[in-house]
Design a binder for this molecule. Structure first.
Ligand code: AMP
Length: 432
């Protein structure tokens, strides 16, 4: 047993009308406390929370017309009661760090300003994240507040992966480039995959597929992101719940000319009416689509086929970013729970020598992690990879990753302070 009590981090994920929170113990899985304040800014704001590992029932309390600050105030006594003096930091999820942030950082005036500047790139998300930061720093002024960015993990991408083939001035002046998102999740699951397979995170290559309402793939070599499917915005890449993913960029001009649609209308259609919902004409929810497919619904069947084919195509193309492939990882609500989607996707990747163990595939659902690859070489495979490639189900845990990155950031800063002090002492010794 460690003689030091384990540290707790309050993780805050703030949306425009909601605050998701989790109290994370660095040494224990699950949450000490977690919950959601939502409908903030309306007359029906409410706070729901649950203690520990979910054995206690979920509790709820109306918050009237609370705003972010008032919701945070309602949380405060609860957090104090559960954390006592072990609360070490507040970790804030921030969606966009632009090119400024390549790692988590402690929030001071300069960092806050840089997050505000990156709002131009994420106008729906960063202002909401800042509301959470302002409310929490006012209520916990004595604690360090750390920002953990969705984009930071992908700042390691090489220019040939992040640049678009458009005039250079658009990059230099407007910062138009590929940023990538879901970085916290891709980082967490690839680290866990290395741990599960006994490989070193800094000497292994992974393809990760985060499949939730938003979906993205990522190529992670030796612990760093080398490419990812989302780009300047989270619209690029895969088919998602309501987002189209990649379309021909000329589509905008065509829709404007032939239907008279404004850019706002086209944005709304591609972001909120497309993807699984648009293709199926039925739903953006994969569970509902799987049921409809069972009953012979053509739209649902097509939506699932397009989803899986495009996902497989993205995974195959991501191989270009790796020097070796140790495994393909499925995570997110769909990746963690849908044997059908995993099987349909892997069926397109036979040329990589990938094949599923169907029994293991069925078993890994509802939070069960594990390897689901068939170990024997599949019949008819033309190309084989030089060693066994795993197919892994790894439940993501973005809150834990945010907590661990927050603590790592604090530890690195205190190490840097110690080094600076030693350096200053040495200089004093030398009479400087
Ligand atoms: P997330 O954003 O990670 O919560 O994921 C949401 C997506 O996961 C939705 O499309 C859900 O339909 C999907 N999902 C959750 N459970 C299942 C399941 N058992 N089978 C298929 N899809 C699921």
């Amino acid at each position: 047993m460690s003689e030091h009590p384990s540290r707790l981090v309050l993780v805050i994920n703030c949306g425009s009308s909601s605050i998701k929170f989790a109290l994370v113990d660095e040494q224990r899985s699950g949450f000490v406390l977690h919950g959601l304040a939502d409908r903030l800014g309306s007359d029906e704001a409410s706070l729901r929370w649950q203690q520990g590992d979910g054995t206690t029932s979920r509790q709820e309390r109306p918050l009237g017309a609370a705003d972010h600050r008032q919701a945070m105030e309602a949380l405060l006594p609860m957090v104090r009661e559960h954390a006592g003096d072990r609360l070490t930091a507040v970790g804030h999820r921030v969606v966009h760090g632009g090119e400024h942030f390549t790692a988590a950082c402690q929030i001071d005036d300069a960092a806050r300003q840089a997050i505000e500047q990156a709002s131009a790139l994420a106008p729906l998300h960063n202002p909401a994240n800042l509301m959470g930061i302002d409310a929490a720093t006012a209520l916990f002024p004595q604690l360090p507040h750390i920002a953990v960015f969705d984009t930071a993990f992908h700042q390691s991408m090489p220019a040939h992966a992040y640049r678009y083939a458009i005039p250079e001035a658009l990059y230099a002046e407007q910062r138009v480039r590929r940023y990538g998102f879901h970085g916290t999740s891709h980082r967490y699951v690839t680290g866990e995959a290395a741990r599960m397979t006994g490989l070193s995170p800094t000497d292994s290559g992974w393809l990760s597929a985060h499949l939730g309402n938003g979906c993205s793939t990522c190529a992670v070599q030796d612990g760093v992101s080398r490419d990812t499917s989302m780009g300047f915005t989270p619209l690029e890449g895969l088919v998602m719940g309501t987002r189209s993913g990649d379309v021909d960029p000329n589509l905008h001009g065509f829709l404007g000319r032939t239907l008279g649609w404004s850019l706002e209308k086209i944005d709304a259609v591609l972001n909120r009416e497309s993807g699984l919902l648009g293709l199926s004409g039925l739903s953006n929810d994969m569970r509902e689509l799987e049921q409809a497919r069972e009953q012979g619904h053509d739209g649902a069947t097509l939506a699932i086929e397009v989803f899986c084919y495009r996902l497989a195509k993205s995974l195959a193309s991501m191989c270009c970013a790796l020097t070796r492939l140790d495994g393909v990882i499925f995570t997110g609500g769909i990746g963690e729970n849908s044997p059908l989607i995993r099987a349909r996707t892997i069926a397109h990747l036979g040329l990589l020598g990938l094949a599923l163990d169907e029994e293991a595939n069925q078993r890994c659902v509802r939070g069960v992690a594990g390897a689901i690859e068939r170990t024997a070489k599949p019949h008819g495979a033309h190309l084989t990879v030089p060693h066994n490639v795993h197919i892994l189900i790894v439940p993501t845990d973005e809150e834990r990753q945010i907590a661990l990155e927050s603590l790592a950031c604090l530890d690195a800063e205190s190490q840097a302070d110690i080094h600076a002090d030693i350096h200053a002492d040495k200089q004093t010794d030398r009479g400087f």
